[in-house]
Design a protein around this ligand. Structure first.
Ligand code: GN1
Ligand code: MG
Length: 360
């Protein structure tokens, strides 16, 4: 189905008069639709190869955004999805080709891929912390687990061990050091999952893609408006979201830097993010706050073992640009985890100091 016919399936204000490609996402196709009454909408075709259940995905996204919009006066505090013309309350249209579409209000603002200053990174922390806080009373267990066991590190290890045992691509011999490093740390890496199962850490709504470029900034003030890309919203632990931001954003090198010795944790950026996150995520328990460094460490280890497993399997999950791309990524992530081990006490001290200052 064409783009404009798909747009007609939603309850827009006015008739579409312009349609342009929009954004630069790698997963979904995105368009901006303008109508004759001057309204602007974002129309997206959901990538069905990545997301197998767009209906559940949209149910999650709509449930959390509706919840936020009921509590926040600023209409830009959460995306506003537009219902379809079906009048069945659905927010997702399936066209005759089996493609799924959704639409939301365009509210302006902009996103950045790289922070221009520390303040941009701080604003992303404010946004993801606020997301936690605004959803603190949301019944997280009512959300669909759209990617089951996504951060179940126990299960990630099980899968890694299975791939090592099968060694389908005969690559185990080339990753002996990385395998040993990962297996040596299994117990620590699985500790958050145990705390989730025992209830020591509360089940929360998690975003699961807490990168800077998923935060919408105000054009004038450059302050965070809301978080975007709710495709991986699921029940989980607050420290997953914190941890993944640190893994990606407080690192001194790219995720796939070829020289792993360039990959370190930037303690200054770690503090910047901690400060922003704790300034808004005020509903976290003391235990959750204490586990923030562990969240950063485990998200990094987990990502490393996911790349490792995919390398052993012959690069089936992550897109790769060259033969050893997943092994390079794995080494770089494990180097970051190793550096966190060296800086462990500093990480603990920073979290304790910032928490003391902001929470008393
Ligand atoms: C994938 O596609 P992207 O970059 O948003 C992955 C994350 C990994 C990340 C590592 C659904 O995210 O979990 O941390 O790659 N997303 C999924 O680069 O598997
Ligand atoms: Mg993503």
């Amino acid at each position: 189905m064409g783009i404009v016919p798909a747009a007609y399936e939603f309850q827009m204000d006015g008739e579409p008069v312009a349609c342009e490609e929009f954004g630069h996402g790698h997963i979904n196709s995105t368009y901006k639709i303008t109508t004759d009454t001057g309204h602007e909408y974002v129309l997206q075709k959901i990538n069905k190869y990545v997301f197998h259940n767009p209906v559940q995905l949209m149910a999650n996204a709509n449930a959390v955004t509706s919840f936020i919009r009921e509590r926040e006066a600023d209409p830009r505090a959460a995306i506003h999805f537009i219902p379809t013309r079906n009048d069945d309350g659905s927010f997702c249209h399936r066209d005759s080709d089996g493609e799924f579409w959704r639409m939301y209000d365009y509210v302006g603002g902009f996103c950045v891929d790289q922070p221009e200053t520390d303040e941009d990174f701080y604003q992303s922390a404010v946004a993801f912390g606020r997301f936690q806080h605004l959803l603190a009373d949301f019944p997280a267990d009512t959300l669909y687990e759209t990617i089951p066991n996504f951060h179940n590190t126990v299960d990630r290890y099980r899968q890694l061990e299975e791939s090592i045992r099968q060694d389908l691509e005969h690559r185990v011999k080339r990753a002996r050091q990385e395998i040993a490093f990962a297996l040596d740390r299994k117990e620590k890496a699985c500790s958050l999952q145990r705390m989730r199962e025992s209830g020591e850490l509360p089940l929360r709504v998690t975003h699961n893609d807490t990168k800077l470029n998923n935060v919408l900034l105000d054009r004038n003030t450059r302050k965070a408006l809301c978080v975007l890309d709710l495709d991986t919203v699921m029940p989980g632990l607050s420290v997953y979201d914190f941890g993944d931001s640190i893994r990606f954003g407080a690192a001194t090198a790219a995720e796939d830097a070829k020289d792993p010795s360039t990959m370190k944790l930037d303690l200054h950026l770690f503090e910047v993010y901690t400060r922003g996150f704790l300034s808004t995520a005020t509903s976290l328990t003391d235990k959750e706050v204490a586990m923030l460094p562990l969240g950063a460490y485990i998200m990094t280890m987990e990502c490393g073992i996911r790349f490792l497993k995919d390398f052993l399997d012959g690069d089936l999950y992550f897109k790769t640009a060259y033969r050893d791309h997943n092994l390079v990524r794995c080494r770089t992530q494990l180097a970051l985890a190793a550096d966190m081990e060296i800086k462990w006490e500093d990480m603990q001290r920073i979290v304790a100091e910032v928490a003391h200052e902001l929470r008393g």
